[in-house]
Write a protein that binds this ligand. Structure first.
Ligand code: AMP
Length: 289
């Protein structure tokens, strides 16, 4: 067996000082550092981010932290799945070098008082329905990027607004990390993988497929020459609303950079949808064309 084909060993640490020492050593050795922030309950979508980091970087850090500051008061913080051992195995198999899983007090000591908030991009869509969500996300991502000092950080297109906001934050705050957005991984029937899909009953899961159907309809309409985006928005909404148990939060076509809703077609557009299916909220999106 050549050294390259030997399984890598993965360091697991909750210790900030230990993480910083390991990052400094990687830097000192001239290694390109990649970071994949996650909340755990890992699935093939998360793993695809780690695999992409593995192919592009010398030293791959995954972070696993269920960030309380991005959950609203009525949301699922307590019941969010936390299969730690299984997550460790998935990280190891994906070739992660270091798994950082801090505890809450290390990340947010009692006197913690600083937030990072991005204006504008957070005003629409998820920002309306989850008003404190994105400032929790940008705060924890800023902390994790400060701790891991990566050359590249990997995020999923699945959370389209999130990756746009994080990109904006890094630009505005002169953070030296390149933000890499990786394609959405789906089940074969089109449902975007999400840690929250485990909450869905079989019936709800079937209803959840209407989000992907709505997005495909939007893409097909544009490709067939439909130029009235309002018509397309109505078609998307109707596709979801006519599915039993689906309550639409939004269905729109927006500019992929500003996330402003579009009146007229343009070369790059993103269709964004969100709906509640039973007690679970699902979001999805598709770049058009
Ligand atoms: P989370 O653990 O839900 O915070 O997600 C961690 C990262 O995985 C985020 O950058 C997500 O956008 C990304 N992610 C979640 N689901 C998927 C998916 N189905 N495909 C690709 N990336 C995903």
């Amino acid at each position: 067996m050549s050294p390259d084909s030997l399984p890598r060993s993965m360091l697991i640490t909750a210790d900030i000082a230990g993480l910083r020492r390991r990052v400094a050593a990687a830097r000192h050795a001239g290694q390109l550092i990649g970071c994949v922030p996650t909340m755990g309950a890992l699935h093939a979508g998360h793993v695809s981010l780690m695999q992409q980091a593995r192919t592009e970087c010398d030293f791959v850090i995954a972070t696993l932290f269920v960030n309380p500051k991005q959950f609203g008061p009525q949301e699922d913080l307590q019941k969010y799945p936390r299969p730690f051992e299984v997550d460790c195995d998935k990280c190891r198999e994906a070739g992660v070098d270091l798994l950082f899983h801090p505890d809450i007090r290390a990340m947010y000591p009692a006197e913690f008082a600083t937030f990072v908030a991005v204006d504008g991009l957070t005003a629409n869509w998820e920002g309306v329905i989850r008003p404190t969500h994105f400032r929790g996300v940008t705060t924890v991502v800023a902390k994790l990027l400060n701790l891991t000092q990566p050359d590249k950080a990997y995020f999923g297109q699945k959370d389209f607004q999130q990756q746009a906001i994080i990109r904006r934050m890094c630009r505005d705050l002169d953070m030296p990390t390149e933000i890499v957005t990786c394609p959405t991984v789906r089940d074969p029937d089109g449902l975007a993988l999400s840690s929250r899909n485990v909450y869905l009953s079989p019936t709800e899961r079937a209803s959840g497929l209407s989000l992907h159907r709505a997005l495909c309809l939007a893409r097909d309409k544009v490709q067939a020459g439909e130029t009235n985006l309002e018509v397309i928005r109505l078609v998307m909404r109707a596709e979801m609303e006519q599915t039993p148990g689906v309550f639409v939060d939004y269905a729109t076509i927006a500019d992929p950079d500003s996330l402003v809703e579009l009146s007229d077609p343009q070369p790059r557009m993103v269709a964004l949808v969100a709906a509640r299916v039973g007690p679970t909220r699902l979001i999805d999106n598709l770049l058009i064309p």
